[in-house]
Design a protein around this ligand. Structure first.
Ligand code: NI
Length: 183
């Protein structure tokens, strides 16, 4: 277990496409995951991609603590009101709430490891939200993300994970997976 050094914006490792992992159960991958979990906790972050610790491999970790999950649910609703306004507001908000319940939005997500993740947008709908990144300390920005996605990946024990998610969960996964594309 170790706290790894974070790559900052401008480092070439953040600009390249990361390589697929052949064996998710390999000892060096297990070690990398343990170190990334420690590093993320030390930085009080939500997510971390392997390139951010100078390892150009397709692996990301993330979690959504209860406190963040609640905040995001509130933000999401406020934003919906701002953008939609007018007559349909009530109806759409109700639909949003139903969606949020179905997708477990507003719920915390335990520490999750995705190896060789793939993302598919489930609709064209995007949402703008504020994001930060451990590789760009002291900066935040408004970023549009798909509201609903499906993601597939391998887990550290070599099994498959497939989830349909929305809201903050979808946002975090999209942010971390961008790092694997050099974005
Ligand atoms: Ni980031």
């Amino acid at each position: 277990m170790a706290i790894l050094k974070l790559a900052r914006m401008g480092h070439p490792v953040l600009k390249r496409t990361a390589d697929a992992i052949n064996d998710p159960t390999a000892p060096e991958i297990r070690r990398l995951i343990a170190d990334m979990v420690d590093t993320l906790a030390d930085a009080s972050g939500v997510g971390l991609a392997a390139p951010q610790v100078h390892v150009p491999k397709r692996l990301v970790i993330f979690h959504i603590p209860e406190s963040r999950a609640r905040e995001a649910l509130d933000d999401d609703m406020e934003e919906g009101e701002d953008e939609e306004g007018e007559d349909e507001e009530d109806e759409e908000d109700e639909e949003d709430e139903e969606d949020d319940e179905e997708n477990g939005n507003g719920d915390a997500v335990p520490m999750t490891v995705l190896i060789n993740p793939e993302i598919e947008a489930l609709s064209d709908e995007t949402v703008i939200g504020v994001e930060g990144c451990l590789s760009l300390p002291d900066m935040i920005g408004r970023v549009p993300r798909f509201r609903h996605i499906r993601y597939k990946a391998l887990t550290p024990d070599g099994s498959n994970i497939e989830r349909e998610v929305s809201g903050l969960h979808a946002r975090v996964v999209q942010h971390e997976c961008d790092h694997l594309e050099g974005i």
